[in-house]
Design a binder for this molecule. Structure first.
Ligand SMILES: Cc1cc2nc3c(=O)[nH]c(=O)nc-3n(C[C@H](O)[C@H](O)[C@H](O)COP(=O)(O)OP(=O)(O)OC[C@H]3O[C@@H](n4cnc5c(N)ncnc54)[C@H](O)[C@@H]3O)c2cc1C
Length: 539
């Protein structure tokens, strides 16, 4: 199959963009030369590793403040193509959905064979958990479901140390993050469309259960969704297609918000297809030397690039940031890092279930992204939440089942540990199916939900929850891996990584394993905004 995918490494567009940010290139001393850039002011150079939510915030705020900044990203750029063929689709998955893997799919249980390619979804196979991350310029924002909820105070404070200061986030940093991401609630006219019978039915199911719906924002351009409805854009959001990327362009990923603004400052250069593999202190002055391999679409290393800067911001996502630091500590390139790095990996309490054969009509297809969360505070277990997310099944299978993410509080945490035999860091999450808090609590909740919404009306065969790990459900995997360089432990509350000056963490690894019964991207963004405020206040 000829996908006619633009060359991510040296496309004309990339070259032009790079030229626009030529000043920022000064931060990059190419191929093993680590001489200080001549044009950058002393103390005013920075490197950011990764372009997800945290890296995007760091890039913009550094660029605005005049720091000459190089951003390394292992994946390619994904500019939206006018022909609507930027990303793979659920009905026809292909290599664009997988990060250098020979299988592509939303989870490993349902994946299909593909040739290796720098696609958008990276499946990290841990011991006891599969953690899925985005890859590409925009990181997880390319693949995320676009849910951007704010956690309730009591759930946030259940997890975070008091110094994380929910009130400050609520007054300053959540609003700033929302504004810059451009998020908004689902408009009424969208909700009325025939593809959105699912969200409307979900409200009825919630009422039957006896709960209150909590509405939240999405990082979606609703005008483009309207264009999908009118047939002017390729159907994407309106058929629930979000986690391989949105072909219509309706998703507001950070390459189109924060990162675009960062590049416009003229101080920030993004280097796609640059995978960092070595970090060490600069020998003669404060700062770091970072080495990346530049890869082609087949995964071959074309060359290596070495850069140095006064400040280093880790934003490679919770697993890869932690992995790089654990490996640097073990291999002796950053030996003074805190022994706590690698601790506190959590799954955000995620538990995925499908309600099969619901009695309510969820439509022939389910328009996305999803809708309304409920909280259940009355069970003896612990507070939990449940949200409806559109299931991208082709018509008429939309009626066959609805997918729900349940989130619970749990103290269960995994680790990222150095494996001396392979000399790489591995994710360990030793909580087998059926014998862990998340499974026990969430199974009780979805069982009660089935009882109250279907069985008590004499419909025991409707809305039956399925959550076996055998098909990638339950707690088999997480899209919300968090922790590893946790605030107040391996890092200070201001994001400084303990053991080295001028080293910061701005991504999900900073979060103590969960954000509090909601999806984490907005909270990661808000915390990164706060970290950058603190940093710039001191510099
Ligand atoms: C399918 C899916 C759906 C999701 N839906 C939602 C949702 O609806 N709402 C929500 O809140 N959250 C959602 N999430 C989770 C959300 O995407 C993540 O929590 C968020 O992206 C994490 O942000 P981050 O800043 O920690 O880093 P990430 O977004 O993970 O970005 C890290 C970046 O670093 C790059 N990188 C990694 N290693 C290297 C290296 N060695 N060198 C250079 N670059 C590197 C990666 O390619 C990536 O671009 C979803 C996740 C997935 C996978």
């Amino acid at each position: 199959m000829n996908l006619d995918i633009p060359d991510p490494v040296v496309s004309r567009r990339t070259v032009l963009r790079s030229a626009a940010g030529a000043g920022a290139l000064a931060a990059l001393a190419v191929t093993a030369s680590t001489a200080a850039p001549a044009t950058a002011a002393p103390g005013r150079t920075a490197i950011v590793i990764g372009t997800g939510f945290g890296g995007s915030v760091a890039a913009l705020r550094l660029g605005e403040a005049g720091f000459t900044t190089t951003v390394f990203e292992r994946g390619r750029r994904w500019p939206i193509r006018p022909d609507g063929n930027t990303f793979a689709t659920f009905s026809s998955p292909d290599k664009r959905a997988a990060w250098f893997d020979n299988r592509a799919g939303a989870n490993s249980a349902t994946a299909i064979p593909v040739e290796p390619y720098p696609g958008v979804l990276d499946h990290v196979e841990g011991n006891g958990i599969e953690a899925v991350y985005g890859a590409g310029v925009g990181g997880g924002s390319l693949v995320f479901g676009s849910f951007t909820p704010v956690p309730r105070r009591q759930d946030f404070e259940h997890i975070f140390p008091a110094a994380a200061n929910y009130s400050e986030l609520l007054s300053t940093y959540y609003p700033r993050a929302k504004r810059t991401l451009g998020v908004s609630p689902m408009p009424a006219d969208i909700l009325k469309h025939p593809n959105y019978v699912g969200p409307r039915s979900w409200l009825e199911v919630i009422a039957r259960y006896g709960a209150t719906p909590h509405f939240f924002d999405f990082a979606i351009d609703w005008d483009i969704v309207r264009a999908e409805m009118a047939g002017r854009k390729r159907p994407s959001v309106i058929i629930g297609e979000l986690s391989y990327g949105v072909n219509s362009g309706a998703k507001k990923s950070t390459d189109r918000t924060y990162l675009a603004a960062a590049e416009r400052t003229g101080n920030v250069t993004i280097k796609p297809m640059h995978e960092v593999f070595d970090i060490r202190p600069r020998p003669r002055s404060a700062g770091f030397v970072v080495t990346a391999r530049v890869r082609d679409e087949q995964g071959r290393t074309i060359r290596t690039v070495t850069a140095e800067a006064d400040h280093l911001f880790m934003a490679a996502g919770s697993f890869h940031t932690t992995r790089m630091l654990v490996e640097a500590r073990a291999k002796g390139t950053l030996p003074q890092l805190s022994p706590r790095i690698g601790n506190g990996f959590g799954t955000n309490g995620d538990f995925l279930t499908i309600r099969t054969n619901p009695s309510d009509d969820f439509g022939l297809v389910q328009g996305g992204p999803g809708y309304a969360r409920i909280y259940e505070d009355r069970l003896s277990e612990t507070p939990m939440s449940m949200v409806y997310q559109a299931t991208p099944l082709p018509a008429p299978l939309g009626k066959a089942g609805t997918t729900h993410l349940v989130q619970t509080h749990t103290d269960e945490r995994g680790t990222v540990d150095f494996d001396h035999s392979t000399r790489t860091a591995k994710l360990n999450y030793p909580y087998p199916e059926g014998s862990n808090d998340v499974d026990r609590q969430a199974a009780a909740f979805v069982g009660k939900f089935h009882q109250r919404t279907e069985a008590r009306y004499g419909r025991p065969a409707n809305g039956v929850p399925i959550y076996t790990r055998a098909v990638g459900f339950g707690s088999a995997g997480t899209y919300h891996g968090l922790g590893g360089v946790v605030m107040g432990e391996a890092a200070s509350m201001d994001g400084a990584v303990r053991g080295y000056d001028n080293l910061y963490v701005v991504d999900g690894s900073f979060v103590p394993g969960a954000v509090g019964l909601v999806n984490p991207a907005l909270t990661i963004t808000a915390l990164a905004e706060r970290t950058m405020d603190r940093f710039l206040g001191n510099h």
